[in-house]
Each structure stands twice: as C-alpha cells, then as structure tokens.
Design a protein around this ligand. Structure first.
Ligand SMILES: *[C@@H]1O[C@H](CO)[C@@H](O)[C@H](O)[C@H]1NC(C)=O
Ligand SMILES: *[C@@H]1O[C@H](CO)[C@@H](O)[C@H](O)[C@H]1NC(C)=O
Ligand SMILES: *[C@@H]1O[C@H](CO)[C@@H](O)[C@H](O)[C@H]1NC(C)=O
Ligand SMILES: *[C@@H]1O[C@H](CO)[C@@H](O)[C@H](O)[C@H]1NC(C)=O
Length: 283
C-alpha cells in the first residue's frame, strides 16, 4: 500500500528547492480522516508569525504578533504557546482538501514545513453473487482503481479503471459492468471471482485513499453449514449424555462389586486370623 510515498516527497522537495529559499524537508503528519492534526513547529519567533498552505501563499491560515494570534475557521493557534517558542498550528478536522504542505513563516522567513497526509480508509465488504460493489471516490482529483485479486492463478495486481475530470475509463472486460455516478463508482453484479482488494488511489499524489477488502460468497450456503453443524451437535449432545451416564453407572457398579469382594475376602481371611491367633495361643 502506498501513501505519502518517498518519490512524492522528493518531488515536492525539488519543487521547494526551486521555489523557496532556504528549502527544508517537510516533516510528515499522518492522521485519520476527520481527526484533528497538529502541525508541529518549535522555534522562537520574536516577529510576525504566519501559517500558509505552500500552494496558496496569499491565503493566511493563522498569524500571531506580540499582542495576539488569530486563525481562520477550522484552524487553531495559541498565543501563550507562540510566546513560549511553540508555533504549532492545529487543523481541527483533516479532510482530503487539507492534504498538502504547510509552511510556517517568521517575519517572512520559512521556518517549518509540514506535510499533512490522511491514512487510507479501510472497509470490509461482504457481498452475495449478483449484488453491486460501490466504491466511493471522495476527491475530485484524478483517481485510479486498482484490483488485487485473491485468485492466485490470474494477475495479482491490475489497474482496472481511472477517473479523470469526471470521465471514466476502464479495461475492456470491466467497461460493460462499471458505471460512475459521482461520488459512486459501481461494479455491477459481482460474482465469486471478483473477491479481493480494491484500492482507490489518488493518482497525482500516489496516495491510497480507500482500501476495500471485498469478499463475494453465497452467505446462505454459509448459513446452511451453520445449521448442519448445529444439528450434528444437537444429535451428538444427547448421545454424549447417555454415554457419560452409562460410564458413571459402570463405575458405581464396579466400585460396589470390589467392595463386596473385599468384604468376602476379609470374611475368608478370618479363619486364618483365628489360626494365627490359635498358633499364638499355642505358643
Ligand atoms: C496489492 O498487490 C500489490 C502487488 O502484489 C502489493 O504490493 C500491495 O500491497 C497490495 N495491496 C493491498 C492493499 O493488498
Ligand atoms: C496584532 O494583530 C492583531 C490582529 O490579529 C491586530 O489587531 C493588532 O493591531 C496587531 N498588533 C500589532 C502590534 O501589530
Ligand atoms: C452512493 O452510494 C451510497 C451507498 O453506498 C448511496 O447511499 C448513495 O445514495 C449513492 N449516491 C449516488 C449519487 O448514487
Ligand atoms: C464470474 O465472472 C467472470 C467474468 O465476468 C466469469 O468469467 C465467470 O465465469 C463468472 N463466474 C461465475 C461462477 O459465475
């Protein structure tokens, strides 16, 4: 699974190298979708502080001076922390539109670069043959749909569709079955051979957005097996009880018999004892 991959990092770094001086490698922050994210920057800033998205330098997300800080809706910065050398910016809720590189500037000089990534969303999908598989495309940017088959005989990893500018392109064998109705991409009437992993990937950033583990199976068949297992167990259970009771009865009978035998043995021994006693008496 690829997300926030190294080549992309290098690529961005190169862009930074030629666009801003001095350039620095961005640190990466990775959070789950809809979670808050802290863009960490720890440094003294005696002058004016400014946070921007690297690609939109005119849109100031937050700024601080010696008297106060202010931030746009959805972002948070603390004046107390700013005065104590912690210039970190909090993004209240990470969504796909916020995946980018952020820059922190102190008196118009770059001091921190932080790259915000969102972890791929994982889903488990259980379908019956004939049902439709719906994959969500949560970003307007170009995406690829990659299919990792769980069938080891065929190709393991293949690009099945791309969506660029709202237009859908699929491999020939998928074209008749796939349709797009934003934000849903639908693979119609799945069967057992469609089981596997479907990855929705951001093509530009080479980042996995959503990973669906799809299993297509006749669930009614599974249910039948369950029932069969239950009935087998229901048949076995009384038999087991009868067997255990039988064993218990046998043990009791056996114990009774050995006790009786021991009694008989003692009785048989008595004359000998008498004899011994007799012998003793004889002495
Ligand atoms: C899909 O398959 C490729 C190549 O076999 C592998 O590198 C990748 O990790 C797989 N992805 C998932 C989500 O299973
Ligand atoms: C500090 O910034 C605030 C707005 O955030 C502004 O009203 C104030 O005038 C600024 N103070 C100084 C000294 O620049
Ligand atoms: C997309 O799929 C979801 C179910 O996964 C459904 O609730 C929604 O109505 C669909 N949207 C469109 C535009 O078809
Ligand atoms: C499932 O679909 C594939 C391709 O559409 C087809 O080759 C295969 O025979 C189908 N399998 C079943 C069990 O219907």
């Amino acid at each position: 699974m690829r997300s926030c991959s190294i080549p992309h990092c290098v690529q961005l770094l190169l862009i930074l190298t030629f666009s801003t001086v001095p350039a620095m490698a961005p640190t990466t922050v990775k959070v789950k979708l809809h979670q808050s994210a802290d863009l960490i920057c720890k440094q003294e800033c005696p002058g004016l502080l400014k946070w921007i998205m690297d690609k939109q330098p005119d849109d100031i997300l937050a700024h601080c001076n010696q008297t106060s800080c202010s931030s746009k809706e959805g972002y948070k910065i603390s004046h107390d922390q700013y005065k104590n050398g912690d210039l970190s910016l909090t993004i209240m809720e990470a969504d796909y539109s916020k995946r980018t590189i952020y820059a922190c500037e102190c008196s118009n000089e770059d001091i921190c670069h932080v790259w915000l990534c969102i972890e791929p969303v994982m889903s488990l999908v259980q379908l019956k043959p004939g049902e439709d598989l719906i994959l969500a495309l949560p970003i307007p940017e170009p995406v690829e749909v990659i299919y990792n088959s769980s069938d080891t005989s065929g190709p393991r990893h293949q690009l099945i569709c791309t969506v660029v500018g709202g237009s859908l392109q699929c491999k020939d064998e998928y074209t008749p079955r796939v349709s797009l109705r934003y934000p849903n991409l639908t693979l119609a009437a799945v069967n057992v051979s469609d089981s596997g992993v479907y990855i929705v990937r951001d093509r530009k950033n080479n980042e996995d957005i959503h990973v669906y583990s799809v299993s297509v199976g006749d669930t009614s068949l599974v249910w039948d097996t369950d029932i069969k297992q239950t009935s087998v167990w229901q048949i076995l259970m009384p038999g087991l009880v009868v067997f255990l009771v039988g064993v218990a009865v046998l043990i009791i009978v056996y114990l009774k018999r050995t006790t009786t035998l021991a009694d008989e043995f003692t009785t048989e021994m008595e004359p000998e004892t008498v004899l011994v006693n007799g012998t003793f008496i004889l002495h």
